[in-house]
Write a protein that binds this ligand. Structure first.
Ligand code: GUN
Ligand code: ZN
Length: 454
């Protein structure tokens, strides 16, 4: 007997590198503020989402695709809705611990609660602990991308990006720039803010999925010189973002008029420094004039609509119809603005957006709300080529929503998932109004399970 004929018992079959998810698929291919729901909503009641290497490879009806992908392992979510990861276009990670701080409006709230809290973030260890809690909370709420304020301390930016990198998240963040009208312990200078921001851009911008935003806190806490140097950074690094606050509160707007007497208005203080651009994201805009909306539209800049914050701080009611006008459309996303915002949930943020619209006798439809939370947010952040819907090639950040997540939702939504858009709108509306972290069954990042509800 020779040993020549000895063969391995089995030869491993090549493993299919794909994975697939079966459930109701819901995303947007266009903007339901401007085209019909039939043209903007993509809904596949029994769909299959196929991924390869963390990206979307295909989507379609399960019956049509099941034979094509017969050798791919399928994770099934019967009765659940798979939708792109939610996008928060304005939030402060260091304010996680001071959510629900009682009794003040913007300027007093900043001095009394915010500045003392942000002081703690000069400790990198502390910043790291809070960044971890913050990112876990985002994932629990189905938020997969956010535009994030850190603090004036560069260490807090490093801590945030390190934690985001560990989780492979697509995140945008930046160091706060603040060289006046703030306590000494939080102040930088025009020059030191420029240098530190430059260093952070060099380290973090475009590293993996991370991106940098030049982040002057708001016009009252930056000198002309600091704003000018922020503008210089945007010139030197044309694909970084500009992230700041704008026209949130009546007293704030009056203060900006005093501080910048040569300017036409609040937005003009940023505009003269070269900060109103295609990659600029302005939080709030509650007090904007019609002319300022037009300028934002022309510049292709974006607004983060932060309804829970605007109501909590008594700032006012955002003019949604101005931002979404056909004549002067402005890119718009939803922002939680935690810690002035009262929830990490973009579903709850959409709930309050609906009520803000109601108070102004306007309507925000369920699909419009979900659009702002997904593809609209991606467009506001100039990330629509990477995230925001299920187009093949995009990064597979998605969530699984359970329309029966609570006893009351289960009673409200006792029937099977609908096949028509009209019935679906009602089901989605119930999730927008009643849903929060409890409705998020699972969150996937680049196709990997990052959070699952127990
Ligand atoms: N304006 C300047 N700073 C802040 C902040 O931290 N939160 C809010 N909501 N508005 C601001
Ligand atoms: Zn804010």
């Amino acid at each position: 007997m020779t040993t020549d004929s000895i063969q391995p018992l089995s030869i491993a079959a090549p493993v299919n590198p794909r994975k697939a998810f079966r459930g109701a698929l819901l995303d947007f291919v266009d903007d339901p503020f401007y085209v019909s729901e039939a043209e903007s909503v993509r809904y596949i009641p029994d769909g299959l989402l196929v991924l390869k290497d963390g990206r979307i490879e295909a989507l379609g009806h399960y019956e049509d695709l099941k034979d094509v992908y017969a050798d791919v392992a399928i994770v099934a979510y019967p009765g659940m809705v798979l939708t792109p990861g939610l996008i928060d276009t304005h939030i402060h990670f260091p304010q996680t611990e001071m959510i629900a701080a009682y009794g003040e409006q913007l300027l007093e709230w900043l001095s009394k609660y915010t500045f003392p809290t942000e002081r703690k973030f000069q400790s990198k260890d502390y910043a790291q602990q809070v960044a971890a809690i913050f990112l876990d909370e985002l994932l629990r709420n189905g938020t997969t991308t956010a535009l994030v304020f850190a603090t004036v301390f560069p260490e807090s930016v490093d801590a945030f990006f390190e934690e985001a990198e560990r989780r492979n998240l697509r995140m945008i963040a930046g160091k706060v720039m603040m060289d006046r009208n703030a306590p000494d312990f939080l102040k930088d200078t025009a020059q030191s803010a420029y240098q530190a921001s430059k260093q952070l851009i060099e380290t973090w911008h475009g590293r993996g999925r991370l991106l940098y935003a030049v982040t002057p806190r708001f016009a009252p806490t930056s000198t002309d010189e600091q704003l000018r140097l922020a503008g210089r950074l945007l010139e030197e690094y044309p694909d970084v973002y500009l992230h700041t606050h704008l026209s949130e509160n009546v007293n704030e707007v009056a203060w900006v008029k005093e501080l910048f007497p040569q300017c036409q208005g609040y937005l003009d203080a940023y505009d003269r420094a070269g900060l109103v651009k295609n990659r600029s994201v302005f939080a709030h805009g509650v007090q904007l004039t019609d002319e300022e909306f037009q300028r934002l539209s022309a510049a292709e800049a974006a607004i983060a609509f932060c309804p829970t914050s605007n109501l909590f701080l008594g700032s006012g009611l955002f003019r949604l119809e101005k931002a979404k006008s056909t004549e002067f459309p402005v890119k718009l996303g939803l922002g939680t603005d935690v810690g002035a915002g009262t929830s990490f949930s973009i579903l709850q943020t959409a709930n309050e957006a609906y009520k803000v619209a109601q108070l102004r006798h306007q309507r925000l439809s369920p699909f419009q709300a979900l659009f702002l939370a997904t593809l609209g947010g991606a467009r506001a952040l100039n990330l629509e080529d990477k995230i925001g819907n299920f187009e093949p090639g995009k990064e597979a950040d998605f969530i699984v929503l359970n329309p029966r997540a609570t006893p009351l939702l289960a009673f409200r939504n006792s029937e099977a998932l609908p096949t028509s858009l009209v019935e679906l709108a009602d089901r989605i509306f119930s999730l927008v109004i009643m849903g929060d972290d409890r409705a998020v069954q699972a969150t996937y990042i680049m196709g990997e399970l990052a959070y699952e509800k127990q």
